[in-house]
Design a protein around this ligand. Structure first.
Ligand code: SF4
Length: 230
């Protein structure tokens, strides 16, 4: 099957099995809160972040409140998300830059977003897609793993994967690709034990087909290689 045709089928199956308008998994009520929640989500589960942010945003309700916060207070509030010292330093520095350069508003341009401390392309694209509805592809661990398993990218580096996918996926699918693939990665195509036997993508997934073939008895594998039906 040609890759273009495979991608069309993959997108159709995603839209059939996963909602097209899934909300971002990170709870937030404004752009800055989503920015902070995404910074906190590095090396941490979304569920854990969602447990921490309600109190955090109550304690620091505005960009300025973060900009003028004591480092130790932010550290204590986000401790359970891991790497909290760096994250706290970045969040405060990010809030300061937003106050000083952008009047307390979060910019929408990727070139500006990535100048904020703690904000890389992934965080920038989460904000651009979810808040500003600008077509963008968020490459997280699920998107990386599954895109490689589907064979639609050969890259390992998230930035290269993002750029590669932008040339291959239909633009109207960019924003929801992340949320749909995360849902699939959590339910079926898990990192350690993907449930290929019951997966709706099996017929268009090279990795899944290879895994199942390897489980067949030797005679069956031989027959398949020769093109015989088993
Ligand atoms: S067939 Fe297996 S590897 Fe492929 S998407 Fe499904 S679960 Fe993942």
């Amino acid at each position: 099957m040609k890759q273009k045709q495979q991608i069309t089928t993959l997108m159709e199956i995603l839209d059939t099995y996963y909602p097209k308008d899934v909300e971002c998994y990170l709870h937030h009520s404004n752009t800055f809160e989503l920015l902070v929640a995404t910074i906190l989500s590095a090396q941490c589960t979304d569920d854990r972040v969602n447990l921490v942010t309600p109190n955090l945003f109550k304690q620091f309700p505005t960009v300025n409140a973060f900009a003028t916060a004591q480092l130790e207070d932010v550290e204590n509030a986000i401790k359970s998300t891991g790497f909290y010292k760096n994250k706290a330093k970045n969040i405060i520095a990010c809030a300061k830059r937003l106050m000083e350069v952008y009047g307390g508003e979060v910019p929408s341009e990727i070139e500006e977003l990535v100048t904020l401390p703690g904000v890389g392309r992934k965080t920038a694209n989460v904000v651009r897609g979810n808040i500003f509805k600008i077509p963008s592809i968020v490459v997280d661990t699920h998107v990386k793993r599954i895109s490689i398993r589907w064979g639609i990218t050969l890259y390992e580096d998230p930035v290269q994967i993002e750029k590669d996918l932008m040339t291959k996926l239909p633009k109207e699918h960019w924003i929801r690709y992340n949320t749909q693939v995360i849902a699939h990665g959590r339910a079926i195509c898990t990192a350690r034990n993907p449930k290929c036997e019951t997966c709706m993508f099996l017929t268009v997934c090279p990795h899944g087909l290879t895994r199942l073939r390897e489980k067949l008895p030797d005679e069956a594998q031989e027959a398949l290689q020769k093109g015989h039906m088993y």
